[in-house]
Write a protein that binds this ligand. Structure first.
Ligand code: AMP
Ligand code: MG
Length: 490
């Protein structure tokens, strides 16, 4: 077994490449992480490390690497430039506190960005300190890993290191660095950056790069920029539909927080909804509800329109034709979203085939849930268990009427009822990272006790295992807790 003795450089399995640095200079700036005082590994994702081809045992003491104090072999750190529309207003941004170490190539040849978030100032830091706080980085770790386990495309979290330094927000907090793993960090805002520079060659280079990295089959077609736009529209339609099927509120859908890969990115003020209400907003700064739960599909289309605008010059040499092509592609978003959403909701109700009345059946359940302030996750989970008439609130006459309609619909399908129940269990999570559970885990972790977070992570890793979960992971927010708020500037 020990016939092959790895050289020290290969010992941990690092295999870093730097394709992004091959883009024109305006897209990146070389910058090294700033040393931290006393790095301590708080949490490490062994399974993710292994899937990346990294040796988890060799890295388990990786505080030095995951804090940025030591660079892994082959790294060439850069910060990425981008712009973005924040709450509808255009602004230039860039990685102000994130540093890309390189792209890890897995055994199967897949490419993943390895990025340190909170690694110190960069040329794009503006007035920020380049740092991150422990609580918010652990929060990103929990929720991104929960999203992954739910089957929703997302960036992942490899490690969180406490820096032994203080960071100053509304209060003094413990500093931390999160290692984020992403299919790429190409954002709608990256295209906006190139277009705002008026650099058509840069837009072309980024278009070509994005196609080769994420949609290689489309790179050689007749109109690759149009193929890119359509493919990104399709992925976003599918992604937002998945959010809407689990009650996820992203919270800050600025164009710099929308990834071309179709992964969920930027876990700042996000949260899962308890009581169903499309107007649900958690972010303390989203005063007008721009990014409310029910607004997410429309905002995605707004963001995609900003992307399309950056591509006009490369879509067609005649502007009028370019606009027509972009508009046609964008007009498809609504249908594609509805297609994915309806398919997802059918699965949640255990329906295999389509019937014309399905959308109305679903809408009528949602209308009831909204009126009854029914818990989103638990209502669907109880439908999955066939326990939907066991609880007091479910004796409600309107719910009973809906339930009878649903049962009749189930009765019209040829599949066995056990198969429908199986489909429902596989499509309705028993657990989601509920705000109060996350808060309790973070509070303990900030005081050095990781056990609560670890047991929460274990439960969230198997969200569709309806047999396993203890009731404390399933209850709605405790009454009297007040409205839950999340914060940006973390
Ligand atoms: P976000 O709200 O995480 O999407 O960040 C918006 C922008 O602010 C990005 O350009 C970030 O890099 C930047 N930013 C956020 N926090 C900091 C910080 N502590 N120091 C420097 N830049 C930051
Ligand atoms: Mg961001």
């Amino acid at each position: 077994m020990d016939a092959h003795i790895a050289t020290p450089d290969q010992a941990a399995g690092w295999r870093l490449e730097h394709s992004y640095a091959g883009l024109p200079k305006l897209f990146h700036a070389a910058v090294a992480p700033t040393l931290v005082r006393a790095p301590r590994l708080v949490i490490f994702n062994r399974r993710l490390a292994e899937s990346l081809g990294l040796d988890a045992d060799a890295l388990n003491a990786g505080a030095a690497i995951f804090s940025g104090n030591e660079l892994p072999p082959g790294s060439a750190p850069i910060a990425q430039a981008y712009a973005g529309h924040q709450y509808g207003n255009f602004t230039t941004l860039g990685d102000g506190r994130a540093i890309l170490l390189g792209e890890q190539i897995t055994a199967l040849g897949a490419r993943f960005d390895i990025q340190l978030k909170g690694a110190g100032p960069t040329p794009f830091s503006r007035r920020g300190d380049g740092r991150a706080a422990l609580g918010p980085m652990l929060r990103e770790y929990i929720i991104s890993e929960a999203m992954h386990a739910l089957g929703i495309p997302t960036t992942r979290s490899l490690a969180v290191v406490a820096t032994g330094e203080e960071v100053y927000r509304q209060e003094v907090m413990q500093g931390a660095v999160l290692t984020r793993v992403a299919a790429s960090h190409i954002r709608v805002g990256t295209f906006e950056w190139a277009a705002a520079a008026g650099d058509e060659a840069a837009v072309r280079a980024l278009t070509d790069y994005t196609l080769r990295r994420h949609f290689p089959a489309l790179a050689e077609g007749e109109n690759p920029p149009l193929a890119l736009l359509s493919a990104v529209i399709e992925r976003q339609a599918a992604l937002i539909a998945q959010w809407m099927c689990v009650g996820f509120v992203h919270g800050v859908m600025n164009t710099d927080n929308m990834a071309l890969s179709g992964d969920t990115i930027d876990y700042g003020p996000c949260a899962f909804m308890d009581a169903y209400d499309p107007a649900t907003v958690f972010s303390s700064i989203d005063r007008h509800g721009r990014y409310a739960f029910g607004k997410q599909p429309g905002i995605a289309q707004w963001n995609l329109t900003r992307l399309a605008e950056t591509l006009l010059a490369v879509l067609h040499p005649e502007e009028e034709r370019a606009v027509a092509l972009a508009e046609e592609a964008l007009a498809g978003f609504k249908d594609r979203f509805e297609h994915h959403w309806l398919a997802g909701m059918r699965r949640k109700l255990g329906l295999f085939a389509e019937e014309a009345g399905d959308a109305a059946l679903i809408e009528s359940l949602l209308a009831w849930m909204r009126n009854a302030k029914a818990d989103f996750t638990n209502t669907f989970a109880s439908l999955a268990h066939d326990t939907a008439t066991d609880e007091a609130w479910q004796k409600d006459a309107d719910f009973s009427a809906w339930h009878a309609r649903w049962q009749a619909r189930l009765g019209r399908q040829s599949q066995a009822s056990a198969d429908s129940a199986q489909l429902r269990r596989a499509s309705n999570p028993a657990v989601t990272p509920r705000n109060h559970l996350v808060e309790v885990a973070l509070a303990a972790a900030e005081h050095g006790d990781l056990r609560v977070m670890e047991s929460l992570l274990e439960v969230l890793a198997a969200p569709y295992d309806h047999a396993q979960h203890a009731p404390e992971f399933r209850s709605s927010a405790p009454a009297g807790g007040g409205a839950y708020q999340t914060y940006c500037g973390t």
